[in-house]
Design a binder for this molecule. Structure first.
Ligand code: SF4
Length: 214
């Protein structure tokens, strides 16, 4: 179900590209407005109910995390047409990926990989592109643990038309419209608090730097 409103698409000077921050911001705002008007009510209600669903789920924090991942899939799929993220774009997989201990446990149990202990755990704060050491689960430019990918990957979505501004070195100095997803965030924070363990570490600190074979 949609609101029935029609989209107003602004004409943009063809000489300008998304490398121009004002153009990119206008495009992101247009995409944000389209998303707000067009995302079906059922999806909005699903997102709004996420925290309650996860709180009511019986069982361990890990079980609740898996349910959260599963329930947010249709939400993120509904947002996909308004985002720059596309299959084969792995730009964000070259940056530090903050992973909570419970997320690392899930990935380890699903892949059979052993968790590394120790490690600096500091790269999550640097946001510098790791050109030679992408995420170890990036295989043939695709995520090999897509169903179990951490929340940082799920929520790293860009409303701009292209991935040009996905690079933190570019985006950090500018403000862009963002998809809030506050209930989803609250549900995740509830699971993390229930698990009760530490701070995020970079995914490479849990699983090393070598590319992972499926
Ligand atoms: S887990 Fe998947 S989506 Fe996330 S950084 Fe690694 S390859 Fe990319």
């Amino acid at each position: 179900m949609t609101s029935g409103k029609r989209i107003h698409v602004a004409l943009v000077d063809p000489g300008l590209t998304e490398a121009d921050v004002d153009v990119a911001r206008a495009n992101a705002m247009t995409n944000f407005n389209r998303m707000a008007e067009e995302v079906p009510l059922a999806i909005q209600q699903l997102e709004a109910g996420l925290e309650n669903h996860i709180r009511q789920e019986k069982g361990s924090a890990l079980r609740k995390l898996r349910r959260l991942y599963k329930e947010m899939e249709p939400v993120m799929a509904a947002l996909a047409p308004y985002l720059a993220c596309r299959p084969g774009c792995s730009g964000c997989c070259h940056y530090p990926i903050g992973v909570m201990p419970i997320e690392a446990d899930l990935i380890a149990s699903r892949t059979g990989k052993r968790l590394l202990t120790g490690g600096p755990g500091a790269r999550t704060g640097t946001l510098v592109r790791q050109e030679d050491t992408p995420c170890p689960f990036l295989v043939d430019n695709q995520c090999s643990i897509y169903d179990d990918r951490p929340m940082a990957c799920r929520k790293h979505v860009a409303l701009t038309n292209t991935a040009y501004w996905c690079q933190p070195e570019r985006a950090n100095d500018h403000a862009f419209p963002m998809a809030g997803l506050s209930t989803l965030t609250a549900a995740f924070e509830y699971v993390i608090a229930l698990d009760g363990r530490g701070m995020p570490r970079d995914i490479r600190d849990y699983f090393g730097h070598a590319p992972s074979t499926p």
